[in-house]
Write a protein that binds this ligand. Structure first.
Ligand SMILES: CC(C)(COP(=O)(O)OP(=O)(O)OC[C@H]1O[C@@H](n2cnc3c(N)ncnc32)[C@H](O)[C@@H]1OP(=O)(O)O)[C@@H](O)C(=O)NCCC(=O)NCCS
Length: 213
């Protein structure tokens, strides 16, 4: 598993296609340790994408956009328009299978991330964690990840713009995200784009939001 070392062509943004699924799961893992590679951090490399990527592709494939450089996919933004509805779907359709596939913390890997495997299992089985106090005003939420070779070229901004435009076209007024407090480069990016802290944001669990237009 590796990030694309260089960009070969002119990267463009396009809608997600079903054949992108495995690559998106890979990118999720490659960027999941506070923005860096989480391969081998947990007992099962499938865990991270099963919580933070694949349910989004199953529930709202039409709100996923990717950065494509020729045939290679280098990044994505994933969104849901109505988090409350996603929570219900997740509880019904995703959490039971997730708990069955990952009933307990696996053997130690020798790595001790701040976000432990126990935390990850809890997140994967508990969609209520997404029911933030500001859901009525910020009903949508998103996740964004680019491999290192694609970072710092304006593609993150372009992905967020694309998702915001799509949400606005559907009449969704605002979108939020939650993030790892240790991911300071991502925080600088969101600040630059105009995201602001929501009232229930905490230092150890930042919550940011922005209008869609
Ligand atoms: C965070 C991330 C999505 C940003 O995307 P990107 O393509 O690297 O950012 P862009 O090049 O589009 O930057 C957009 C703007 O933010 C600014 N910016 C981006 N990263 C910044 C940083 N670390 N510090 C200061 N400003 C930054 C850019 O200067 C740019 O400003 P401008 O448009 O006014 O010129 C991307 O780097 C990434 O996927 N990182 C790894 C995974 C990750 O952390 N995901 C987020 C999890 S919450």
């Amino acid at each position: 598993m590796s990030a694309a070392p260089t960009l070969t062509g002119n990267p463009t943004i396009r809608p997600f296609r079903p054949e992108d699924r495995d690559r998106l799961a890979e990118i999720c893992l490659l960027t999941a340790a506070g923005g860096g590679d989480a391969t081998g951090v947990y007992s099962d490399d499938a865990l991270m994408p099963e919580v933070w990527c694949l349910p989004y592709l199953a529930y709202a494939p039409d709100l996923a956009f990717v950065v494509a450089d020729g045939h290679d996919v280098l990044g994505y933004v994933l969104g849901v328009a109505d988090t409350a509805d996603f929570i219900d779907w997740y509880a019904r359709e995703w959490a039971p299978g997730f708990r069955e596939r990952h009933p307990r913390v696996g053997p130690p890997t020798g790595r001790n991330p701040g976000y432990t495997e126990a935390d990850l299992l809890e997140s994967g089985g508990d969609p209520e964690r997404m029911r933030i106090a500001e859901l009525a005003e910020y009903p949508a939420h998103l996740h964004i990840d680019l491999v290192p070779a694609a970072q710092g070229r304006g593609l993150g901004r372009a992905l967020i713009d694309r998702l915001r435009a799509e949400l606005a076209a559907r009449g969704v007024r605002a979108v939020h995200l939650s993030m790892d407090p240790g991911n300071t480069p991502a925080r600088a990016f969101y600040d630059r784009l105009g995201f602001h802290e929501l009232p229930s944001s905490r230092k150890d669990a930042p919550l940011l939001g922005i209008a869609t237009s």
